[in-house]
Design a protein around this ligand. Structure first.
Ligand code: IDP
Ligand code: MG
Length: 155
């Protein structure tokens, strides 16, 4: 095994939910071999939005971002697997869908920077995955389970 198995936080944003893309996105992670260990269909309130996007507080797009992320339900999830944070980011594409390669989630399903369908923990920000999981999920909302195909996914 080359990398450690870890958990990462992923969220289908309000535009992805409204456009009926939850199933498509969940399906991509399942097919990749990642394991779903937590999921919550929820509405983000103002306080959680500020906490979640605290690093962007001083950016000009911050207020618009908070308004967008609180504008409708989201599908918050925790996915587990080998090198999960980095692999999910690679599957997502670039922040701007216009710069995202076909085959990536943003490159296949989006067009506009302000409506980029999905959030995933930043793999270049150490501890971001753990911090975001804690922000959205209680410990008892995460499920430990064994995937039947695990022996065929990992060497
Ligand atoms: P990421 O989602 O790829 O990690 P970040 O730089 O962390 O990208 O930005 C968080 C979110 O803020 C983006 O996903 C996008 O929704 C929004 N955002 C980032 N930059 C801009 C911008 O220049 N204009 C409008 N929205 C932006
Ligand atoms: Mg980010």
């Amino acid at each position: 095994m080359s990398e450690e198995r870890e958990r990462t936080f992923v969220m289908v944003k309000p535009d992805g939910v409204q456009r009926g893309l939850v199933g498509e996105i969940v399906s991509r992670f399942e097919q990749r071999g990642l394991k779903l260990v937590g999921a919550k269909f929820m509405r983000i309130d103002e306080e959680l939005a500020h906490d979640h996007y605290a690093e962007h507080e001083d950016k000009p797009f911050f207020e618009g971002l908070v308004e967008f992320i609180t504008s409708g339900p989201v599908m918050a999830m925790v996915w587990e697997g080998q090198d999960a944070t980095r692999q999910v980011r690679a599957m997502m594409g670039e922040t701007d869908p216009a710069d995202s390669a076909p085959g990536t989630i943003r490159g296949d399903l989006g067009l506009d920077l302000g409506r980029n369908v999905i959030h995933g923990s930043d793999h270049e920000d150490p501890g971001a995955n753990e911090r975001e999981i804690e922000l959205f999920f209680d410990d008892d909302e995460l499920v430990e389970w064994e995937q039947v195909d695990e022996t065929w996914l990992y060497e």
